[in-house]
Design a protein around this ligand. Structure first.
Ligand code: NOJ
Length: 744
């Protein structure tokens, strides 16, 4: 209700009228089905993109809506056109079944938040839930019912451009975020007018494509599929996700849209998913290109039989399913099940009880302060401080002049990232603007772009260097353009595009202290910068509040809390690189012939979980009790954490597990818990975790979870690369519950 306070009065009236609209409840899906022709049934499974995303439907499109041959539209941005189409479906089609409107709301609809990878860097699921909640409110109030989000593809290959859209490399962190996204979008009641149906995507293992190329084939062991790529989807389904989207690639030889093992055995049976399965864009049509369907009819049959309910944009369900059903090549019962699921989703969304949608989106222009406030919080928390030599950050209030240099310093478009919804460039506060507005009044802020983000000219270097020489401190804002990540935007090189690294080198050569702000949709491999630039921030694409967030961190108005959700490599040649790898028989440090490179350390530039604060933390006295647990019991682990630095700050304390001897090789570390702890200078606190025996299970060769008795190691620390260790034992039996005095 608080949100209503910021609605414009006419829109508020419309909103309230619609909220009070009490029509008869929807017919039951079964009852409707019994009245539908085969064409009308298939129509519910057809999702179209309007020929004009920002316009009205053509006469031909309207005819299809009237005939009940379209069930949903995607990525349509004309509220009046959508309302008109809805009226046609409700009032002029034979059965009056409402349309569903879907839209990609990946990191905001109107208010653009940091990209999902940056939101993952917050390690703050409640914050992500708030972001999803606000996005749902904005989207729903513009007539959208269904978002194709969250994107939950675990990815260990930063060449893949879509790493920007996802939760990073780790299944545990991704699962925590997955539940938060779904709760935020859906709330408790999909019919409420500030919620959206979520669509976790892309099911499954899309992030494991060969060579980091988009859409590339995935070849994967069952163990990795179930332990690394499936968990966030499991979490999203358990959180009640209303739908799931299939991934484009082939997984172990069969494209997902034609893969009954993935869609029926795993998703429907193992995860007990009851919602709608939608294909990705033209994925049914691409079954021909993959080479598993001989013709269009074959493609529609394979997809339907594999478990696709809704065909996004290929048109093959519309063209071929009625004939396939009549010929008995697709059982009508299968069609009915899919249609029933779509009708059930429409009913849950309350589309029959209030079919007309508000035509004036009730968010005001400019963005409300509450929306900006949340965007600022998310942007600040997504920034990861990678390096801070001589503690040059936060900037001293005595700094008299700052040279802000770089092609992304005053750039609006790129700050919005690769999926900017209907966000507007004019809403963006650039880094230059943020620094200008946050700098002390007496501080001069100078600016030069230095070069462009991707062209070869160095003509601006000399001017930029002169500006740098005249300033107390240099802030270099460099990185990728938004179009370099996201869909079909894989890169073979993870350096700074164009001449930007040379620009940074020229700035460092001036001898002035340099702070590098790295904007990107992926981890960038920048070893020279990591070694020579005294302060480095990973700032991803932070959305509308980019500049204010960066400036708040620079001036110490906010302390950095972000942690890497993904390993940063030294070089492309190390990929895939991730913390949870297995040990091998010859790990580094075990002798002469070890698993590594002869020309590069095998360690990352920055490990998973890493991120600095403006203070220092010390870990001591790890305790684990009881020393032996049985099935169904938990081990309690704790550590003393002290703030030993000069400022207040927050540490993200991470718990990792290792099973050093099992019947299959296990990762050298698996994240099993994390907590953000805020401490004043000098303060010390015991940080506690409880790890149930279920967390010790792993996937056996049969695909089933197993728990094996034996010793386990726990590590509690600030990243995947350091911390304090202790061990405990799991016995293969139930043990008496230990007394409370046994717990640390
Ligand atoms: C293709 C993308 O893979 C998917 O993520 C998106 O939801 C659809 N297009 C619809 O825009």
């Amino acid at each position: 209700m608080i949100r209503l306070a910021i609605l414009a009065p006419p829109a508020l009236l419309l909103f309230l009228l619609l909220a009070m609209d009490s029509r008869p409840s929807p017919p039951s899906p079964r009852e409707l089905l019994s009245r539908m022709t085969i064409e009308e049934k298939v129509g519910q499974l057809v999702q179209e993109a309007p020929a004009q995303a920002a316009g009205r439907l053509s006469t031909e499109e309207k005819r299809r809506v009237r005939e009940g041959r379209v069930g949903s539209f995607l990525n349509w941005q004309d509220p009046m056109g959508m309302a008109e189409a809805q009226r046609l479906a409700r009032k002029e089609s034979r059965l009056g079944i409402p349309l569903l409107f879907a839209f990609d709301i990946l990191h905001g609809f109107r208010t653009i938040f940091p990209i999902p990878l940056a939101l993952a860097a917050t390690w703050n699921p409640p914050l992500v839930e708030e972001v999803a909640g606000l996005s749902a409110w904005e989207g729903r109030s513009a007539g959208i019912h269904w978002t194709f989000a969250p994107m939950l593809d675990v990815c260990r290959d930063p060449r893949w451009g879509r790493i920007a859209e996802g939760p990073g490399e780790d299944p545990f962190l991704a699962s925590e975020l997955a539940s938060a996204w779904v709760r935020g979008f859906q709330g408790d009641d999909l019919a409420s007018r500030d919620r959206l149906a979520a669509c976790p995507k892309h099911f499954v293992a899309y992030g494991a494509g060969e060579g980091g190329r988009d859409y590339a084939a995935v070849d994967l062991s069952l163990g990795k599929l179930l332990e690394v790529y499936l968990p966030p989807f499991t979490a999203a389904v358990h959180a009640g996700a209303a739908s799931v989207m299939t991934a484009f690639p082939s997984v172990n030889g069969l494209p997902v849209a034609a893969n009954p093992f993935l869609l029926r055995t795993l998703l429907r049976q193992k995860l007990d998913f009851r919602g709608v399965v939608v294909s990705d864009w033209n994925a049914v049509g691409e079954l021909l290109v993959h080479g598993v369907a001989a013709d269009a009819e074959d493609a529609a049959r394979l997809a339907m039989k594999a478990g696709v309910d809704v065909d996004m944009a290929s048109g093959l369900f519309a063209a071929k399913l009625p004939g396939l059903v009549r010929a008995g090549k697709v059982p009508e019962a299968l069609l009915d099940q899919a249609v029933e699921r779509v009708l059930a989703l429409k009913a849950k969304l309350g589309l029959w009880s209030s079919p007309a949608e508000p035509q004036v989106p009730p968010w005001v222009d400019p963005l409300p302060a509450t929306s900006r406030g949340l965007a600022l919080r998310a942007a600040r928390e997504g920034i990861v401080l990678l390096r801070n030599q001589r503690e040059i950050l936060p900037l001293s209030p005595r700094v008299r002049s700052i040279a802000v240099i770089g092609p992304l310093a005053d750039d609006r478009r790129n700050a919005l990232g690769p999926w900017p919804g209907i966000g507007r460039e004019e809403d963006v506060v650039t880094v230059l603007e943020g620094i200008r507005s946050r700098a002390p009044a007496a501080t001069r802020v100078l600016f030069a772009p230095g070069c462009s983000a991707d062209d070869p000219s160095t003509a601006g270097f000399a001017g930029a260097a002169r500006l740098a020489e005249s300033a107390d401190i240099v802030v270099a804002v460099v990185g990728e353009q938004a179009r370099m990540s996201g869909e079909a935007a894989s890169r073979a090189d993870l350096g700074l595009p164009g001449r930007q690294e040379e620009l940074v080198r020229a700035l460092v050569e001036t001898g002035r202290p340099v702070v590098a702000i790295l904007s990107s949709g992926r981890p960038l491999a920048l070893p020279w910068i990591a070694e020579h630039v005294p302060a480095v921030l990973a700032a991803w694409f932070l959305g509308v509040e980019s500049g204010n967030a960066v400036a708040d961190i620079l001036f110490g108005l906010s302390s950095p809390v972000g942690r890497l959700p993904v390993t940063i490599p030294r070089a492309v040649g190390q990929i895939p690189i991730y913390y949870g790898h297995t040990n091998t028989g010859r790990p580094p440090g075990s002798g002469r012939d070890v698993s590594g490179y002869i020309d590069l350390p095998e360690t990352p530039l920055f490990p998973f979980g890493y991120g600095l604060a403006y203070t220092r933390f010390a870990y001591r006295d790890i305790q684990v009790a009881p020393a032996v647990i049985g099935h169904g019991q938990s081990v309690e682990a704790s550590v003393l954490l002290a703030n030993t630095g000069p400022r207040a700050g927050a540490e993200t304390v991470q718990l990792y597990l290792r099973d050093p001897a099992a019947s299959l090789t296990r990762p050298i570390a698996e994240l099993k818990g994390f907590q953000r702890v805020f401490l004043e200078p000098g303060e010390e606190r015991r940080v506690r975790f409880s790890l149930p025996s279920e967390a010790l299970a792993f996937v056996g060769p049969d695909g089933e979870l197993r728990k094996e008795a034996g010793d386990f190691e726990l590590r509690i620390g600030p990243s995947a690369a350091s911390g304090l260790s202790a061990s405990f034992r799991l016995e293969n039996q139930r043990l008496p519950t230990p007394s409370p005095r046994g717990t640390p």
